[in-house]
Design a protein around this ligand. Sequence first.
Ligand code: PLP
Length: 466
Amino acid sequence: MMNMTQPIKHRSWAEPYKIKMVELLQMTTREQRERAIKEAGYNTFLLKSEDVYIDLLTDSGTSAMSDRQWAGMMLGDEAYAGSKNFYHMENVIQNYYGYKHVIPTHQGRGAENIISKVMIKPGDIIPGNMYFTTTRLHQELAGGTFKDIIIDEAHDPDNLFPFKGNCDLGKLEDVIKKYGADKVPYVCIATSVNMAGGQPISIENLKAVRALCDKYGIKIIHDMTRVAENAFFIKQREAGYANKSVAEIVKEICSYTDGATMSAKKDALVNIGGFLATNDDHVYEEASNLIVVYEGLHTYGGMAGRDMEALAIGIVESVDDNHISARIGQVEYLGQKLIDMGVPIVQPIGGHGIFLNAKKFLPHIPQTSYPAQTLAAELYIDSGVRTMERGIVSAGRNKETGENYLPELELVRLTIPRRVYTQAHMDVVAESVEAVYLERDKIKGLEMIFEPKYLRFFMAKFEKLK
Ligand SMILES: *Cc1c(COP(=O)(O)O)cnc(C)c1O
């Protein structure tokens, strides 16, 4: 019989699903990996997926769909116009997120392109809680300039503040006063800020941003790519939210904003797709006009009917409390292991992955010799684990001066796909990071030998420094 006086120390979480089908992985030798990464110009984006064992490059489009989503694929209505899957998806978005108008796009950047073209005039300023690569590029291509208004804590990888995605209201008001409210078409608010390490914004801060924007008549556009993960952190960390469901919190977050861009390839559990949502009839009209130029008719916008059906089902699954607590539980499991090993990572542990602090990991490599790019290559060589640079290469150059941005954060992102890997995979990853960490003194930096003009991190090539 159980001894009731014995307190229960720890209860494990486990996945709220079981495995129905498996995908076999290729195992490689160290020699094969050394050759492969050299051929890829020491850029993990240029590796062949076949040469990768555990793929933590991104959580984008890499999730495992459920049996229900796969069944939904068979219900695809591939009509050119007015597919029934569009109406199902529109209905789910309206119910779960509360936005009025919905336009499908091929993925998040399709929506960013359209919203930027509709709302931004040359010379405009777009404040945001940290830049995101494609978001800022589309703002710039539309003639705008991005201004970072995230709190300073977000730029400090060791600061334990629980809401490092928050906006600094002082910085926001300074930008509005300096340029004038008529130059600020909207404030771009990301939930679970990707480039800060998957850090959440609080409801309290979001409400304050709303109030400030209302004072100046400025709209808020929500980058809602990881809204469910953000909502889970609010449930865990913000007073008054412990007993609300993730679904309720998601809807409340959306209610403080005027529209959204969504990469459905992240939280919404599909392999491709996205949408633009807006409460503004005029923006909707303009956007549905542009969508036929860049994406497709406004009832498919670059998506197949079957993909819209899978997305409609994925949204519902994504806001389920059991799903999201296991998803974030797995990320925390890996993060805690690395912390226990003494490896420098961004804290608090974020929603979609672990971010290694490459400046601390490889302090002997200057930022101009790409410590994060170097570390990503070394991890691949050690174990076939593929990760991504999020530092000076990703930050790119200032569009006016041509100078390299030198971001505070020089990170390697270990992004965890949703519902794909097991805890044993996480153990292998942690042990590989530890092995590289123990040999860190021997690692040398890289030199860039090819630099593309836009979003250079995708295709840049490097050579090892002698
Ligand atoms: C991935 C992402 C995007 C762009 O979406 P795509 O589907 O890759 O085009 C925009 N914002 C954030 C925060 C993202 O993570």
